[in-house]
Design a protein around this ligand. Sequence first.
Ligand SMILES: [Zn+2]
Length: 481
Amino acid sequence: MAQYEVVIGLEIHAELLTKTKIFCACTTAFGGHANSHCCPVCLGLPGALPVLNEKAVEYGIKAGLALDCRIPERCKFDRKNYFYPDLPKAYQISQYDEPLCLGGSVTCETETGLQTIGVTRVHLEEEAGKSVHSGDNILGSEYSSMDYNRAGIPLIEIVTEPDLRSPQDAKAFLEHLKRVLQYIEVSDCKMEEGSLRCDANVSLRPLGVQELGTKVEIKNLNSFRSVERALQHEVTRQSQLYEAKQQVEQETRAWDEARGVTVSMRSKEESHDYRYFPEPDIPPVHINSLWVEDLRSGLPELPLSRKERLQRQYGLTTYEAEFLVSQRSWSDFFEAVVQEFDQEKMVVNWLMGDVSRVLNAREETLPQSQLDVSGLVELLRLIDTGTISGSQAKAVLEAVCATGQPPADVVQTLGMQQISDEDQLAAMVDAVIAQYPGEAQRCREGDAKLIGFFVGQIMKGSQGKANPKMVNELLRKKLKL
Ligand SMILES: [Zn+2]
């Protein structure tokens, strides 16, 4: 392999989080009875006219800006013609020569360090329907049914330059891209529900050669792991062909997850095979530059710069900052909590430790959970002031997440407050000394080990609520140690 360079480019499709479809008012909700989210427009009935959803354009522009693209003043829609049953009109409304966004780049962390990957374009298009086969797959099925609920959901297609140099980098890039799209809240990027999908172009060339080798497109990559595995398999396959002095065919191959191989689907189609032509029912779209600037200024801080800032501003380790930026909700939560409770290390430790553990056990995300910023602040203050112990706090956290009660109420209900009242503790100490006069005498005569015995009795008697540090001090005073 040493004498070949791997060249990878990705095409990523992400469903946009609009409430309605791109050219009609049908809902984009996932699931539902087959063909219940449809109308004449998304079913492609004759005479039905598409109307562009402004929100889809807005989300597309936001994605383009987050990927550092230029937003031309004008874009237009084209028809991409191909015949397949999941496409009710037998063409897909997409963008061809005048896309929404052009020429960006993304810097991301990979195993080999920071890398900048060029973004050729980002364009808008409509989603196709879904074939439901009677068997496991199309081959060997007796029949297939069509569900058009998905048809017409807005998509962005992000096309990268062939700048990636290894399957590991491709996976790292894709994970970073997913995070960016989630940060700017334009897509939920759920690969398991198909709202983020990826095709990869891969070729090899001898080291030092500029010209690109014959490329193969791989489809059907529906997890980050399969992206890496499929590319690895394809790199090996192509290098073996070159070693054996055989041709690599330009073709489209499908990843077979179960067998761990790519299989030939068809020879690669060229864009002219699709007979693109301008969509006559949607006029060209003029993008107001003031709108673009408005969207740009509304973009949140993106994950990579946020990670660097969190480390710098709060003295966090790389590992801690990486944890917090892995989801925007975690870093937002962290920064809101430290506004009110300024012990950053304690906050991040609780988030990475017990809060994560409790949420995982409940199968909830942070936004879904009943723990809010003021709840965690209150809990941390209760620990910090010695009102409850660390181990009691874990039980309080579980109760807060289960019931949504404020921590102080939980402490009250469970009768957990530590007893730190000096008079009350002194009475306990007197009582236990009176109960064990022999031990008290030996203690006074210098057997300091017996202090532990007395502390234990008091903790037991108070069901663990007595403040152990204060009990210790009181005992020493009364037994003159
Ligand atoms: Zn519709």
